[in-house]
Design a binder for this molecule. Sequence first.
Ligand SMILES: [Zn+2]
Length: 531
Amino acid sequence: MARERLYLFDTTLRDGAQTNGVDFTLNDKLAIAKMLDDLGVDYVEGGYPGANPTDTQLFAEARELDATFTAFGMTRRPGRSTSNDPGLAALLEAKADAICFVAKSWDYHVRVALETTEEENLASIRDSVRAAKAKGREVLLDCEHFFDGYKANPRYALACAEAAYDEGARWVVLCDTNGGALPHEVEAIVGEVVKVIPGDHVGIHAHNDTEQAVANSLAAVRAGARQIQGTLNGLGERCGNANLVSIIPTLKLKPEFAEKFEIGISDDKLKGLAHASHTLDEMLNRAPNRHAPYVGESAFVTKAGIHASAIMKDPATYEHVPPSTVGNRRKLLVSDQAGRSNVLAELDRIGIRVDKDDPRIALLLDEVKEREAIGYAYEAADASFDLLARRILGQVPNYFSVEQFDVNVEQRNNAVGQRVTVSLAVVKVRVDGETMISAAEGNGPVHALDLALRKDLGKYQGYINGLELTDYRVRILNGGTEAVTRVLIESQDETGERWTTVGVSPNIIDASFQALMDSIVYKLVRSNAPA
Ligand SMILES: [Zn+2]
């Protein structure tokens, strides 16, 4: 039997960006969009052009994605025409494949929040959908507060959805904006909606305020909806959005869904899910949730004892799905086999050729385990992983060595009597048998150290002239007996290539130094600089 297509719509970059403490840069957004695209998500909602400079910039250029790149925004304001609404104009100009409008569908909100009439709200939906269609965009309508609205006034909530559908919107998305709906309610209400609008034009957008966002999304699918909106790791304001990282494997691995539906994510891509989830956490400088379903460190840990012997006989005795399907690992056997295949897969991904029986793989694996145990995070810092692997394989020349460095921080009055803090770094580098001393001032110790390090590298200077430090993230980890600092540094070169390196130490300057060194050496390796 042919399986029905189910579409995944990711809103990490828009609704997920509403999370407290989350502030994506343009580069973050581009990296996450690429990651989602690689995974095979159908729609990537990038943001709200016109609402902030980052999103405006994001939509200023066409982005090469296989996914349908989607801009979000409001329907035309009540009482205005579509041609006389700057917000709508910005949205229509955005370089996006699709536009997702949000509109009220709860009569109470139309009266109280929008202060307009029910009919004017419907006209705004129709006009906005028509304007976006005329611009050649695929159109979606997020029906805000749909479930609460439906409970209060089903006739009006449906009329809003129908207005968009009749005008040619590809999708009408039913939003549980306050996140208070329960699965049986969602299933019943979506069941009513699909009597009027075909299910393959209906989507679900659930928030997690009763911890039911995933369940509500699945309930909507059971009732006939064919698009699910959610975010990576359930990112989103308050208690978050429906977590695609839990939804995706459920759709792929649970027969009730897998036998009926097909999604854009292949079995192979599914194996990259844990990596994607952890990468997002590292970008946000958050510790991944160890207990996250499917992808958490502890998701497939079994305590020794009777479980252990049973699981050794047959993993299915204590595992609901095989951990490798989502790129996770069983944590009981500390199986070198599992770790080994992860390392091999990673080497393959970054393009390092090595025989799979090479004994140095075990060495690398031990090194990675040891370092991750003390705080290194190689899932985010792939340039540092690349270097670690190449060093063990003997592929990193000893370009230069730093014999000594000194950094100091001074607070003083400047010429106009203001208190200023300046840092001075002095670095002694040995290149090609020659010792060079460079000094630089910076607005902080790491900045000064970075400038001094890169000031004079002798014959290598030409390779690193275009190198630029683009992001610097610090996290204090409380592992073991003492707190250590992890520093992640993102660098970029003149070609636009970016990479991330990591350093860990009880001392923040030392951790930063390690990450800076890795960044420079990585650039030299990438440039095939001679030894
Ligand atoms: Zn939302």
